[in-house]
Every structure is written in C-alpha cells, then in structure tokens.
Design a protein. Structure first.
Length: 466
C-alpha cells in the first residue's frame, strides 16, 4: 500500500523548496514536470512502473524515424485549410461500430458538429489504428519526434545554469532522504525543456496553417507546449475530462494560491460531482459540467442484466499485483456461484502473463484488447471491483454493485461516494463475500454524468467559435 505520507511529503517538499518558483529561461518548469515526478516516485515506492514507456533502443528509434518520414507525406499537420476548431484527440482508440477505430472522446461529438475542424493525433505505442472513425485527421509525429531524434544525435540540448542545477539537486536529495527513493529529476526536467525548445515553433507554425478559433484537447498534462503555443496565438484552449480527477492527481490538483500558466482556459467535466472534487488552477466559472458523450451513446443501446452472477475486476498496472491476487482468492471462495472477469488495463495487455502468471488455470476469464468492450462487460455484470480507476464511475452509471479494494491511498477518492453508500470499501476477500447484494438502484447518475452531453459540448464550443 502507498503510504499517505508519500503524497504529504511531496507537497511539503514543494512548499519548503518553493518549487513553483523554479524556472528555466523564464519558463515555470515545475508546473510542467510535477505530475511526471510524482509518478516516478510512486512507481519506485510500489516497485512497479505506471506505464510501459518505449525504450530508446535502435528498433524504437527506427520506428520513430519511419513515422516521422511517413507523416511528411501522409496526414501532414502543416498542410491544412482554415478550420473553426482544432481537436487533439486521445491516441488510444477503440474498435467499435462499422469495424472502425474510434476516439471515444471526440468521434461522438464530431458526428453532429456544425463547425469545421481538424483532428490531431499522436501515435499510441508507435502506431496509428486504422481505419479511424475520425474524419479530417492529421498526425503530429513529425512534431513529437523531431526533438527526440535530434537529441539522440546530440543536437540542441539545453544547458541548465549552476544555480538551477543546485535547486534540482536539492529536489533529488529531498526525495531520496525523506521519501526514500532515487529519482533522476534532472533528466525529467531536461527532457521537458528540450521538447519545448523543439516543438514550440512547430506547433505555432501548424496552428497558423489551421487558423482555428479554439483548440479542444484531452489529457492536458504533457501538452503544455501546445497550450503555450495556443496562448501566444490567442487561441482559447478547452479540455474535456478523460478520467478521474482527484486531490492526488497532481496534473490537476494544485495547492491553494498556486496556479499553472500552461493550463487550458476551460475545463469541461463529466458532471457536477467533479466540479466539487478538486482544486483546478481555474476560476469556478471556467469549469463547466457537460457530461460524457461516449457513455450516453452506448447505454442507449444496451440493457443491464440485473440477474447476472458476473463480477468484473478493473485492473491497473500500478495496483494489478494486489488486485489480481484478490481475484484469485475470491475465485477459490466462490467456486461456481459467481464468474470472475478480470479486465486488463491497456498497459497490461502484453505483460500480464509474466506479471500475474498465477491467474492462468484459475477459471478467471481474462479480458484483453480483443475481447468484450468495457461497457459490454458492465451491461452483463452484477458487480465491479476496482481501486481508483475511472472505469469504476462508468460502472456506477450501469448500476453495478461497487466494491473499492482499499490497497492504495488513491482509493480515498471514493470517500464521499462511500458516505453516500454508492460504493463499499473492502480490505480482503472476506469483505466482498459478505457484502454482495442487489444492484445499486439509488445512484444519482446525473450527479456523476450530466445528461445530454453531445448537445452540451457542441453548444459550448459553438458559443466560443462565434
């Protein structure tokens, strides 16, 4: 379990070392890297990587170079007519209707959008899923990979002055002495600032060719340089919520009185619940509940099976070891009374047999990339078990009996829903065995997910464009 003190100590470090004042070339750098730094800390504390990051070996560099070359001739982002809106979608797509790959955050919006647009996409695990549902798509591989390719051959690396380097060493020392792990903060900062140096003018050139009135994105962290380019050109940036936001998500949660310069101008949440959940670096009137179009679209054509005996486990790489062991224990206790479906996170698709080899031969059904979609699982399930996945909230929308396995402090994001009895905390297999009952029928779905999402979002964007 991640000790609560890890987060507290990290916040104390920010205050004591005055990290929000840390800048390089007049760029406030800490706001750009704090999320990545805390993720590295948590990965080291738990002994497990949060993401499968590609290594810089020769095959990876060659794949990047091929994508870079192909992007010059195909879906080139610098060749575009004027558009009302530029979208930057999510790289991870889902195969859905018409046997096409959907961006679940934007394709439901684009279908009824009256404004002209161009849709930007980076690669997911060095590939682009085809055929995409999305029209007017442009890849930004040339922008994303120019810096890494130039850095690899030693061109245009930034220099950090002695005074700033001393501050960085103090950060590394604090993390080592107080939290107890070694983190290469210098590399994280250098990589971010190098990327900014290479990408800023490329983004501005691309945006000038598109000439949009507004930009709409998901996952604003690691897009700070794009946001900076938009702000310099006077283009308002809107972010759509893509997952859970909570007080321990340091890409969004900021101490009182602190702000983030490279943050969107508006943040559109799934519902009123989320507006009260976190201290975003925005004024309240810039945070607007609009709903989640994808979940509305699916539930309009699915029926929840209240008589089901299936229990869905929602895995994440950061907590998968503990959660998968709980699933095995429950499988042994339940016997044939319930079926356990273990839904892997995309980051676990290729590694689960090595990380959780004890799942094989247990009778637990492993759900990977090519199996049922998450919502198909929910519509045929009785209950769900998770830790802090955003999918838990989507399962609540389906009325599932919901259990939160409290093996990580980030499970505390459900404290208010626990008080409302929307979810129940469990600490071991016996708690769940004793707790199963009928489905959740008293959940205020509109509190979690504002209704009429597509109309809300398109109306909001239309007003800004006008």
């Amino acid at each position: 379990m991640i000790r609560p003190s890890v987060f507290h100590k990290f916040e104390e470090m920010e205050q004591r070392l005055e990290l929000f004042n840390l800048s390089i070339d007049d760029v406030p750098v800490w706001e750009r890297v704090r999320h990545n730094v805390i993720q590295e800390v948590l990965s080291n504390v738990t002994g497990r990587s949060a993401h499968d990051n590609s290594t810089n070996n020769y095959p990876t560099i060659l794949k990047k170079f091929r994508l870079w070359i192909n992007n010059i001739f195909q879906h080139n982002p610098f060749i575009s007519s004027d558009k009302d809106i530029v979208f930057w979608g999510h790289e991870r797509r889902k195969k859905m209707a018409e046997d096409k790959w959907w961006d679940i955050y934007f394709d439901t919006i684009n279908e009824t959008l009256e404004n002209s647009y161009v849709h930007l996409e980076g690669p997911f695990k060095l590939t682009h899923k085809t055929p995409p549902k999305t029209d007017n798509i442009k890849y930004i591989d040339t922008i994303l990979f120019t810096g890494s390719l130039l850095r690899k051959i030693g061109i245009f690396n930034i220099n950090i002055n002695e005074n700033t380097m001393h501050k960085i060493r103090n950060i590394e020392k604090y993390i080592r002495d107080i939290i107890g792990v070694d983190i290469d903060v210098e590399s994280i900062i250098t990589r971010e600032m190098n990327n900014r140096k290479f990408r800023l003018n490329l983004y501005k050139t691309m945006l000038k060719s598109i000439n949009p009135s507004i930009a709409v994105i998901v996952v604003s962290y690691n897009k700070e340089t794009f946001i900076e380019a938009c702000k310099e050109l006077g283009i308002p940036v809107i972010e759509l919520q893509h997952g859970t936001i909570h007080k321990r998500h340091f890409a969004y949660s900021y101490p009182e009185g602190k702000t983030k310069k490279a943050f969107p101008d508006y943040f559109l949440t799934w519902g009123r619940y989320w507006n009260d959940k976190i201290r975003l670096p925005l004024k309240d009137n810039k945070i607007v509940p609009v709903g989640f179009p994808y979940i509305e679209r699916f539930t309009q054509r699915s029926n929840h099976d209240g008589s089901s005996t299936k229990i869905v486990f929602l895995s994440q790489k950061t907590i998968g070891s503990k959660l998968s062991q709980l699933a095995v224990e429950l499988s042994e206790k339940f016997g044939n009374r319930y079926s356990i479906l273990y839904k892997l996170h995309p980051e676990e698709y290729t590694s689960w047999r090595e990380d959780y080899n004890y799942l094989e031969g247990t009778g637990i059904e492993i759900i990977g990339e090519s199996e049922q979609s998450l919502y198909e699982l929910f519509s045929g399930a009785k209950a769900q078990v998770g830790v802090y996945s955003s999918a838990v909230f989507e399962g609540l929308y389906f009325g599932l009996e919901t259990f939160i396995f409290y093996c990580d402090e980030r499970a505390s994001l459900f404290d208010d829903l626990h008080r409302k009895e929307y979810v129940r905390y469990i600490y071991g297999s016996e708690d769940l065995v004793a707790g199963l009952k009928r489905s959740n029928e008293n959940i205020n779905k509109d509190y979690l997910f504002e209704p009429n999402a597509v109309e809300n979002i398109n109306g909001f964007l239309q007003n800004l464009v006008e």
